[in-house]
Design a protein around this ligand. Structure first.
Ligand code: S3P
Length: 178
């Protein structure tokens, strides 16, 4: 029986903050997979991208999630690109319940550039200008997020504490994946 609660979705959709709120409500540890990657690599995500490239980052990302999901159940905030590898998706779905946090490209842009962590943790993914990049990558990822998730939550207009309440209730009611 595995009972992780895993948050997926594009950059800056509130995964880290919500994971913390959900951890408190469910009395589970909240873990940010991106921070584990930085610890394991001994450098920032921006440095990994700049020095070793995105592929190397994706390899560490896959290792970190595989190790994490072998441990004690917790609430996990994943990096926005993590579900793109099919093997990662299988691990997420087996480990527990997966929630997809959705937001419009405009909201994402606003939150990304209002977040001081962006420079360290969110290097560009394309050569496109920021809004065009978000639209393009979100478009590519949307079917994957949808296919991976057990629950979809719109984050544009709902305050975070209310969202945390809703997700915590749903998680308690659905029970563990057997
Ligand atoms: C990425 C999202 C980031 C981080 C890295 C790559 C992506 O995490 O893993 O910059 O490809 O969307 P957040 O979703 O926490 O911003």
């Amino acid at each position: 029986m595995f009972h992780f609660l895993i948050l997926i979705g594009y950059r800056a959709t509130g995964k880290t903050t919500l994971a913390r709120m959900l951890g408190e409500r469910l009395q589970l540890e909240a873990v940010d997979a991106d921070l584990l990657i930085e610890q394991k690599a001994g450098r920032t995500i921006a440095e990994i991208f700049a020095e070793q490239g995105e592929l190397a980052f994706r390899d560490v990302e896959s290792q970190v999630i595989a190790e994490l999901l072998l441990g004690e159940p917790c609430v996990v905030a994943t990096g926005g690109g993590l579900p793109m590898r099919p093997e990662n998706r299988v691990l997420l779905q087996r480990a527990g319940r997966v929630v997809w946090l959705k937001a419009s490209p405009e909201t994402i842009l606003q939150r990304m550039f209002g977040d001081p962590e962006t420079e360290r943790m969110r290097p560009p993914l394309t050569n496109l200008p920021p809004l065009a990049e978000i639209e393009r990558v979100l478009n590519e990822r949307t079917p994957i997020y949808r296919e991976t998730a057990d629950l979809e939550v719109d984050t544009d207009n709902v305050p975070l504490p209310e969202m945390a309440e809703r997700i915590a209730t749903w998680f308690r009611e659905t029970g563990p994946r057997q």
